[in-house]
Design a protein around this ligand. Structure first.
Ligand SMILES: [Zn+2]
Length: 284
């Protein structure tokens, strides 16, 4: 098991040593020599791999070689390790550099993105600045329009109110006129009646001799006749149903008795003193 690991280690090293390989004559501690190429050294440096001139490879114990050969192997191993360390360092540096480049690139990308964002922001700001006056103008116009509409509505309201007031006045006037007309008609009617009564009285109070109005003075009234008379008349008989409503009527001819009185009025004129008389009858 341990030998397998060792061989693996040797093999790994042998590959690395191929580049600066050279065929050399090695001397063993017992004085024998071998012509071979060193192709690998184990990690602990105790076993080497030789490749003989015939191409065959095989392990060889380092302690069985001369001091000079051992020194040579140590030297080769050191050189190889240094070379590997150098390569490792180079790889690490390269990785570092690549990482740095990657970081720088990302940084650049971030800066670019930030720049674009800033530009966008600026553009937006400028657009807002450009649009702001127009926007303000529009708002102003809208406000003005609204004010005008309100003003218009106010005027219309005022007109409507005035119109209603006018109508109210008109109605009031009509009502007043109607009332005045009624009052006038009543007053006129009454006046007419008074006038008629006055005219009739005036006519009936005229003196037959001097013809002056308001001359008649009744100085005596005598009952000269009183008798009973029959008068033709009509009685109306109404018909009712069970609910007490009138359903019709019948007119029946009938007679009634009245008292007829005849008076004689003796008169004298206030103006000329002329005396006269006349008769008149009453029925009760
Ligand atoms: Zn007279």
């Amino acid at each position: 098991m341990k030998k397998t690991v060792c061989l693996a280690a040797i093999f790994s090293l042998s590959l690395a040593l191929v580049t600066n390989a050279e065929i050399r004559t090695w001397t063993a501690t017992d004085g024998r020599t071998i012509k071979a190429e060193l192709v690998g050294v184990s990690e602990d440096g105790e076993i080497v791999t030789f490749q003989r001139t015939d191409g065959k490879q095989g392990p060889f114990s380092v302690e069985k070689l001369s001091k000079a050969d051992q020194e040579y192997i140590k030297q080769k191993k050191r050189e190889e390790e240094e070379r590997l360390a150098q390569e490792q360092k180079k790889r690490e540096e390269a990785a570092k550099q690549s990482e740095a480049n990657r970081f720088a690139q990302e940084q650049k990308k971030r800066e670019e993105a930030a720049r674009i964002a800033q530009e966008q922001k600026e553009e937006d700001r400028q657009r807002v600045e450009r649009l702001a006056p127009a926007f303000a103008q529009r708002i102003k116009e809208q406000l003005k329009e609204q004010q005008e509409r309100e003003q218009q509505a106010k005027v219309e309201q005022e007109q409507e109110r005035a119109r209603q007031e006018q109508e109210q006045k008109q109605r009031q006037w009509e009502e007043d006129s109607q009332k005045a007309l009624i009052v006038g008609a009543v007053v006129g009617g009454v006046a007419l009646i008074i006038l008629l009564v006055w005219a009739v009285s005036r006519q009936s109070s005229k003196c037959p001799l001097c013809k002056k109005a308001w001359g008649k003075q009744i100085i005596n009234t005598l009952l000269i006749d009183s008798r009973l008379e029959t008068r033709g008349s009509f009685d109306t008989v109404y018909h009712y149903n069970s609910k007490g409503e009138v359903t019709g009527s019948t007119t029946i001819p009938t007679t009634k008795i009245v008292t007829v009185k005849t008076y004689e009025n003796e008169c004298r004129c206030k103006h000329c003193g002329y005396e006269w008389s006349y008769t008149h009858t009453t029925e009760t």
